[in-house]
Design a binder for this molecule. Structure first.
Ligand code: 5AD
Ligand code: SF4
Length: 486
């Protein structure tokens, strides 16, 4: 084995699951001598981590690959490997479209990535590995504790996969075909990984699964709520988030966890997809609008301030103007904190690709615009109602705009409330409004990873801004008590 240090560039397209998988790939390659580089030009190995959820994401994969031809021609020893959902879906067809690709590895092959790369280095390529395995073997092949490889420095928030795959077969969705059957990871493994993350400075974890509400059912493991309870016992961990929940499986037990488990953030992503029962049934979602709304009522009954977000698909085959109006009404009725909306996109493996009454692209675009405009108004109204309130912000780091440069008002910091709202504030110089830490002028040490009380002063469509309250508001990674104006 050649142990000389080599560089891997990882390009990730798609969801949080892929971001997590990219970290797994990085960890797996470290023992065979690869370190991650942010510069594609420096790479000895390029990994493309792909998404198949909509046609547009898939197109991105092939346009990215197209741009690699030149690099490969200049340096034939460069290794190009394609992983993730498009790799799983297309398998060796990727090699016919892009013959310069050295490896295609599917969503369950991450554990075999080091062997795959070694094979190519030994001249035994190209390799195609898209076998789907069952159970634990399918995921988390490289626990952090094994390699001593910690999360990226100063990372406050981290994803942790607790489940793989999906058994729901919504008719528009490719996930069950490219991620395989649902499988849950053992709670001991999950807790171990979170403890390692926390030791590296992480204060917030987001538990990932296609449908976390059915966690452990197949395997006879503890329920998802019991898992949350167990994780919440990890000291130094301030916040727990999770995504995604299928509304049909949202149990009263989990609803009850909001407000009861202190570290559980008051936010739930509850994708509804459509406000029309006819469309919901054709989507095979297995709930009605009424049942969905009843769950929202129960959530708000127990936890009035809970933030609720959702996903919507517009222009599903057969969606009439009346169906679409029902979607708009639902958005108005629920008054979501935020939402994601997508134009329906045919996925060849998913049954809806063969449904008739396809909707015109122009109509889809119009409907998408209406949904987004409506939600933008609702979000802004919701944000404005927070002006004057004091919120607890877990600070991520520098706000993107100033990247830590000092303005006359200090350094701008950014973080999130437990309800997942972005809050920016200045800190570092202004004696009136600054929360001072104990490490002096260099802000990073002072604020990142801290829970800070901020009084909201201004509301924008995508964020809020405010001023930090009195120094007493600082707690190193603690949840912090409610603070009122000094
Ligand atoms: N077309 C459009 N949007 C889709 N989604 C999933 N499949 C499709 C598709 N074929 C959306 C759903 C899901 C989100 C992750 O992506 O809204 O919740
Ligand atoms: Fe896709 Fe439905 Fe499974 Fe979500 S629940 S991943 S939309 S099949």
């Amino acid at each position: 084995m050649d142990l000389k240090q080599k560089k891997v560039y990882i390009h990730t397209i798609g969801c949080q699951m892929n971001v997590y998988d990219a970290e797994q790939m990085e960890r797996g390659l470290s023992p065979i001598g690869y370190v991650r580089t942010p510069e594609i030009g420096d790479a000895d190995l390029i990994l493309l981590n792909t998404c198949a959820i909509r046609a547009k994401a898939e197109q991105k994969v092939f346009s990215f690959l197209g741009r690699l031809v030149k690099l490969k021609n200049e340096r034939p020893e460069l290794i190009i490997a394609v992983g993730g959902c498009v790799a799983q879906q297309e398998g060796k067809r990727i090699l016919s479209r892009a013959p310069y690709v050295d490896a295609v590895f599917g969503t369950h092959a991450i554990g075999r990535l080091p062997e795959i790369i070694e094979k190519i280095r030994a001249g035994q390529g190209p390799v195609v590995d898209v076998a789907l395995s069952a159970g634990e073997a399918a995921f988390n092949p490289f626990p952090m504790s094994d390699t001593g490889h910690h999360p990226p420095e100063k990372s406050i928030s981290s994803f942790v996969t607790i489940m793989q795959g999906c058994d729901n077969f919504c008719t528009y969705c490719v996930v069950p075909y490219v991620r395989g059957r649902e499988a849950s990871r053992h709670p001991d493994r999950i807790a171990e990984e979170i403890r390692t993350l926390v030791a590296g400075g992480v204060r917030e974890v987001t538990l990932l699964g296609q449908n976390v509400n059915s966690y452990g059912k197949k395997e006879g493991l503890p329920t998802f709520t019991q898992l949350l309870e167990r994780i919440s016992e990890i000291e130094e961990l301030s916040r727990i988030r999770f995504t995604t929940s299928h509304p049909k499986d949202l149990s009263d037990e989990l609803i009850g966890a909001f407000g009861r488990i202190e570290k559980l953030c008051r936010h739930i992503h509850l994708p509804v997809q459509s406000g029309s029962d006819i469309i919901l049934s054709r989507m095979n979602r297995k709930y009605t609008r009424k049942e969905y709304l009843a769950k929202i009522d129960r959530l708000r009954g127990l936890c009035p301030d809970i933030a609720i977000s959702s996903d919507f698909i517009v222009g599903f085959p057969g969606e009439t103007g009346a169906d679409f109006q029902k979607t708009l009404e639902l958005i108005q009725q629920v008054r979501y904190d935020s939402l994601f909306a997508f134009k329906y996109s045919d996925r060849p493996q998913a049954p809806a690709a063969r449904f008739s009454e396809k909707i015109d692209e122009a109509v889809k675009a119009e409907r998408l615009g209406e949904v987004l405009d409506l939600q933008q108004r609702v979000t802004l109204e919701r944000h404005r109602s927070l002006v004057g309130q004091d919120v607890q912000v877990l600070v991520d780091g520098y706000a993107r705009k100033n990247e830590g440069r000092e303005s006359g008002r200090g350094i701008q910091w950014t973080g999130r409330t437990d309800t997942n709202k972005i809050v920016n504030f200045y800190g570092g110089q202004d004696p009136e409004n600054t929360v001072k830490g104990d490490t002096g002028a260099c802000g990073e040490e002072i604020f990142s990873g801290r829970m800070i009380s901020v009084r909201i002063k201004d509301a924008f469509p995508h964020s809020l801004s405010g001023v930090p309250l009195h120094p007493a508001a600082i707690g190193p990674g603690t949840k912090g008590e409610k603070h009122h104006a000094a």
